[in-house]
Design a protein around this ligand. Sequence first.
Ligand SMILES: [Fe+2]
Length: 296
Amino acid sequence: MKLAHFSDVHVTHFPLSGKPALKRLAAVASYTLAGRGRHFAGSDQRIGKLLEDVDAQGVDHALCTGDLTGVSTEAEFERVAELFGPRLQQPARYTVIPGNHDRYVKGAQGLFERHFAALSEGGQFPFVKHLGPQVSVVAIDVARPTNLVDSSGLCGEKQRAALEGLLTDRSLKGRFVILALHYGLLRSEGQRDSRPHGLRDDLELMALIDRDDVTLDLVLHGHMHRPYVVKTKRRTIINAGSATDLHVRQGCGYHVYEIEPASGRVKIERRAWSAGPARYEAVDSPLNRELSTRWE
Ligand SMILES: [Fe+2]
């Protein structure tokens, strides 16, 4: 089974084009002073090429783990929806979940669903989607609007209880199960993320996924723009990083996973943006490896 995984593509317009909100004013500073505008300059072109490249890889399915936009304006959502085009109506080929930049302010409520409902099971989280006879994805939405200096996420008690129900359900036994979310559970060196940037209930979520009565093989996310692989006590986590952020030193890109459901083995191939020919191509990367998702 071949699965493409990309994240944090961030169609980025100048942040004041939407409804006024104090948080969008702060985003102007991030756009101009902190360089967000430069990092995502021309991201529209890269997103178009990325989707073409994903389709050209002959994958069985493609998963996007959120942050389609910069600050959740209607114009940004419309642009990214335009780039997805007919794929927006192809849930058998694509799954998309929201990131914190897609739920940036309260006023953006419903915008993600307006365009991406078909690819996120109607926006009803958590959900299970069977990607093939042996592989399933369980998706949660941990993004929410926050105040000026906070970009933390929250799974929440209710969603965690529903997730527990799904991951311990007998119907998933024997399948290769992927948990998809926007935020990471651990940073690249295995440490917790910071309070204003990470998941508020990371420890609770990690305790849940590490339980031995849970059926789960792989966790996929984004949020941190540099890609990495890390492990909890029992599970393997892969962050694809940003597919379009020009500030990523090793090159922005995405992953194609070859999954062998019976053995639990996963082969990672990284494809990165190459500015010269203006396309994504296979690259030598320390992330390219074959790993076992089964713990001893
Ligand atoms: Fe992001």
